[in-house]
Ligand binder design. Structure first.
Ligand SMILES: [Zn+2]
Length: 399
């Protein structure tokens, strides 16, 4: 950008604002974009013409039935998801989700793989990533452009190159995930940039943009699967930490005399509220659907299952109290297996919070379930992949 004329920088910023708006909010009339940006009509027209020429948006006459007021109908600007898309992957301990997501955020194609519990090395995961990428790219229109690849992984990720520094539940350390995916994409003839991020951070990003966190700039997204983590939005921006490693709430110690954690510490919150803790409390063996079965049994009145869920509720309230006191969120979202567990323990958590969280921030917080269901993380991976295009719609691929 250095050396670019100032007016060119301003124009690029306006293009970014417009494209980002229709990407997040969907088709928007030129009149609304004019009101939204404070730019004049002819400027908006010139900018949307540039986006149209680049096949990023399509302009169509507004439907007269939905038009208000007299005068010429305003053109409606819509993102061209079939023309520009990203590949998104959500890598879990026992699953892999893959999707082609169009500009505008719609899932256009997807693949889901569930596997038995086991320790799968990076090389094995990459085989499935490559296979899904090939299948999904194979169904994309020939003239469409893949603008990025986003990957969610339950790991501490070095953002610069996608190195998974520590993924205790995958039993990976310093695994070159970003390089591996870039090589797989290159083999398929792709050149799109690869972005690897922590899964909970991406869940928070997507929920803030399109889910239960819309309208709030202070959001904590807590997710429990085999592991437990959080993504935090403060002042509308993701909290990353210096190295990108913030939000590892699952490895905050809440019970120093408790069980040894996969991370090497003892008594992490994850050891008390993660999937294994729930299974142990209920005296069950692990499989992907077991937590749902325990929740269903507890609802149906099975005492052992109800006691197990109540035990988890108590420990959940301790960690939630800490998060409320530290971050003062307006919205706290419970994702992953907490989507099933939290509704059962909501009253218990709220009651216990009286003794585990400070009152003023406690009064501010709302507890909700994800607006995007089980797809928060996958859609977050898509959003991070759209980042460079949205930041510089006409210059992203020449950077
Ligand atoms: Zn731990």
């Amino acid at each position: 950008m250095s050396g670019a004329a100032p007016q060119d920088a301003v124009r690029r910023r306006h293009l970014s604002v417009l494209l980002r708006h229709v990407h997040v909010h969907g088709p928007t009339s030129r009149a609304e974009l004019t009101a939204l940006t404070g730019l004049n009509r002819s400027t908006i027209g010139a900018l949307t013409a540039e986006l149209t020429a680049a096949a990023l948006v399509r302009e169509t006459p507004q439907d007269s039935a939905t038009r208000s007021g007299a005068g010429r109908p305003s053109l409606v600007v819509a993102p061209r998801g079939e023309q520009h898309f990203v590949l998104a992957f959500d890598i879990g301990v026992d699953y892999l989700f893959a999707a082609r997501v169009g500009l505008g955020g719609k899932v256009l194609d997807r693949r889901d793989l569930y596997r038995p519990r086991g320790e799968y090395p990076l090389s094995d995961v990459l085989v499935h990533v490559r296979r899904f990428a090939a299948e999904i790219l194979g169904t994309a229109p020939a003239q469409a452009t893949c603008v990025g690849v986003g990957i969610a992984v339950p790991a501490l990720v070095r953002h610069a190159d996608g190195l998974a520094r520590a993924a205790p539940n995958l039993v990976w350390s310093d695994a070159p995930l970003g390089d591996g995916i870039a090589a797989a994409v290159a083999e398929l003839g792709g050149t799109a940039p690869v972005h690897v991020r922590n899964d909970a951070d991406l869940g928070a990003l997507a929920e803030h943009l399109r889910g239960a966190g819309v309208g709030s700039d202070y959001v904590v997204y807590v997710t429990g699967e085999v592991g437990v983590g959080a993504g935090v939005i403060i002042g509308g921006r993701p909290l990353t930490g210096f190295g990108g490693y913030s939000g590892e709430v699952g490895h905050t110690v809440v019970n120093p005399t408790g069980r040894l954690c996969v991370c090497g510490l003892r008594g992490c919150w994850e050891t008390e509220v993660g999937e294994k803790a729930i299974l142990d409390a209920a005296g069950r063996q692990g499989a992907r659907t077991t937590v749902a079965e325990i929740v269903a049994a507890a609802r149906a009145g099975d005492q052992r299952s109800a006691t197990a869920i109540r035990h988890i509720g108590g420990w959940l309230a301790i960690g939630v109290g800490n998060l409320v006191s530290i971050f003062n969120p307006e919205v706290m979202i419970f994702g992953g297996l907490f989507r099933e567990v939290f509704p059962l323990v909501r009253d218990q958590v709220v009651a216990t919070l009286q003794t585990t969280g400070l009152q003023p921030p406690r009064e501010d917080v709302r507890f909700v379930l994800p607006g995007l269901g089980a797809d928060s993380t996958l859609l977050g991976a898509a959003e991070v992949a759209f980042g460079p295009l949205l930041a510089d719609p006409l210059g992203w691929d020449s950077m």
